[in-house]
Design a protein around this ligand. Structure first.
Ligand SMILES: [Zn+2]
Length: 317
């Protein structure tokens, strides 16, 4: 199936907006895609703006390929997940696009995960959007619309992407003989098989699962060991923020299981059932613990210092 066909089926709203605006030559100056894994759709819009072959992107011509490779002259790409988007970056984009076009066609800048911008950068961006230049297009993505300035939202064509059916993902993972705990965790945390791929049969993923077990065991039965164990097993990885984030998300799923086991609901980690059954904690205390972890996970996404954050989380929990 071509990407266009896939888009038509999986993101019908996005597809309709694109085909209509491109056919009528009424293309918005700025798009804001909301949702996980919006990168491919964002690139598809960029390609559609400069495709040599088709109304929307053909995905095959030279221009389309150069967008995919981030190798097109009038294309600037920044991802807020790689580095916080700062004011200087926005000014740089502005300067580049004030110059004459290199390719003689649309000039495009794409900022992924725009919520990871400093307030100063957001304000500069707003100024750019307030004075749109003919032929210059902005494509933004975010996972959390509430973290994007409303004044920026109002100047963009905002398109909410639909999450892929979790059920379909679960089916796909089960079909591939992946252990049930892994299927459950991956389905909770991700939307597409592609996103899950790096964690399938991955040693890192297995060791994080084990860390979740040890964390919960220590938390309730060997409290004194908790901090030292976290330090020895996890701290060495604490430079890798994504991994810490993944661990915290997986830990929340484990603690949530403590509710589920009491209410005879399905567990994310069925193989930890016997551990869960030994734990008896009032529900409001459990909620408090989950809140602390979710809060740490949130702060982590705002580029806080990992070490300090985990230390403070361990003190509160
Ligand atoms: Zn093309």
């Amino acid at each position: 199936m071509s990407f266009q066909e896939e888009l038509k089926q999986q993101q019908p709203i996005l597809y309709q907006i694109l085909i209509k605006s491109f056919t009528n030559h009424k293309i918005p100056h700025a798009f804001l895609l909301v949702g996980k894994n919006s990168g491919p759709a964002a690139h598809y819009i960029a390609k559609s703006l400069i495709c040599e072959q088709d109304i929307l992107a053909c995905n095959e011509c030279n221009n389309c390929r150069r967008i995919d490779e981030h190798n097109y002259g009038d294309f600037i790409y920044v991802n807020g997940n790689d580095e916080t988007i700062k004011k200087g970056k926005v000014e740089y984009i502005q300067e580049q696009f004030a110059k004459s076009s290199m390719e003689g066609s649309a000039k495009i800048y794409m900022l992924e995960n725009i919520e990871n911008s400093t307030p100063e950068a957001m304000n500069s961006l707003l100024k750019v959007l307030e004075e749109p230049i003919d032929g210059v297009y902005a494509i933004f993505t975010c996972q959390n619309l509430s973290r994007v300035l409303p004044t920026i939202q109002s100047r963009c064509q905002v398109i909410q992407l639909l999450p892929n059916s979790k059920l379909m993902l679960k089916e796909q993972l089960t079909k591939n003989d992946i252990p049930i705990d892994d299927v459950n965790i991956l389905t909770e945390l991700f939307d597409t098989y592609d996103e899950c791929q790096p964690y399938i049969e991955s040693e890192m993923f297995d060791s994080l699962k084990l860390e979740v077990f040890h964390f919960i065991e220590d938390l309730y039965f060997h409290r004194d060991n908790l901090i030292i164990n976290v330090e020895t097993h996890l701290m060495k990885d604490f430079k890798d923020k994504e991994k810490v984030q993944l661990f915290l998300n997986m830990l929340v799923l484990g603690l949530r299981d403590l509710f589920h086991v009491k209410h005879s609901m399905e567990l994310t980690y069925p193989s930890y059932r016997s551990l869960y059954e030994k734990i008896n904690e009032p529900e409001d205390e459990l909620v408090r613990k989950i809140d602390i972890i979710l809060n740490a996970e949130y702060l982590l996404s705002t580029n806080a210092n990992v070490m300090l954050l985990i230390d403070s989380m361990m003190c509160k929990i």
